[in-house]
Design a protein around this ligand. Structure first.
Ligand code: ATP
Length: 226
């Protein structure tokens, strides 16, 4: 995110990639404008929230016209730094890590996993979907040399903090932590923690406790609408 966006609330910022992906598809299909109702239906965020979010971007929809798709796309591209490719490294090529390497992030935005690391010597030297797996011994040096700014952690909980302490010595500014461990980081590093087991449990809890789908409560607890 660049300086212009620092005033955007975090909940709004989290929805940006979602809006961006949808608008890109609209643009590709030749649409020039979109109403908040159409957007709402497509991204499953209520239209009042969309209008409030978009007002932060200076995009004021006109009644009977909607939003200008090109304007929004230019804004999102700039805001999400889509013109600049963020270099990402993945650490821990187990089941989850392998799935991420096989998943083509580039299809959705300008994010690409450049390299992967593992302690398992049997995995070192292999390539998955064109991404090479390096030895953990080379971690700091490679991250620095390639100016990697984002790290995805898919290692066991017990290994996460030690690896994080090593990452601190590099230019990494953001960690996407898929391990259940809570990480201690300096203020210069942002951590997004995604514990899939907790997310699943939380969904099941809401299904049990709000079987009739109280959307206001259930949406409050999702990452996108939070
Ligand atoms: P997953 O949890 O992704 O489904 P898994 O069950 O196959 O994977 P885990 O034990 O969770 O395996 O380990 C994930 C990966 O992290 C493995 O490839 C393992 O070799 C690697 N790993 C374990 N410890 C470290 C470490 N200290 N540094 C880097 N990689 C590690």
């Amino acid at each position: 995110m660049n300086e212009e966006t620092t005033k955007i609330p975090q909940a709004t910022a989290k929805r940006l990639p979602l809006y961006y992906r949808f608008l890109k598809n609209l643009h590709a299909s030749g649409k020039q404008r979109v109403s908040s109702a159409e957007l709402s239906e497509a991204v499953k965020v209520d239209s009042a929230t969309i209008r409030r979010d978009f007002s932060y971007f200076g995009a004021l929809g006109k009644k009977g016209y909607g939003y200008n798709v090109n304007y929004l796309l230019t804004f999102f591209r700039k805001t999400l730094d889509q013109d600049e490719l963020s270099k990402v490294a993945l650490i821990g090529v187990g089941n989850l890590g392998t799935a991420f390497l096989n998943y083509n992030f580039l299809k959705n935005n300008n994010t690409k996993i450049e390299m992967a690391f593992d302690v398992d010597k049997g995995k070192v030297g292999q390539e998955i979907c064109g991404v090479r797996i390096y030895d953990m011994e080379e971690l700091e040096e490679r991250l620095r040399d390639e100016d990697v700014t984002v790290a995805i952690l898919t290692v066991p909980a017990g290994a996460a903090q030690t690896i994080t302490d090593r990452i601190k010595q590099t230019n990494v500014k953001g960690i996407m932590n898929f391990s259940p461990a809570r990480l201690n980081v300096p203020p210069s590093i942002r951590v997004h923690h995604i514990d899939l087991a907790v997310e699943l449990q939380s969904l099941i809890y809401f299904l049990k406790n709000y079987p009739n789908g109280d959307t206001e409560i259930s949406q409050e607890n999702t990452n996108i609408n939070g």
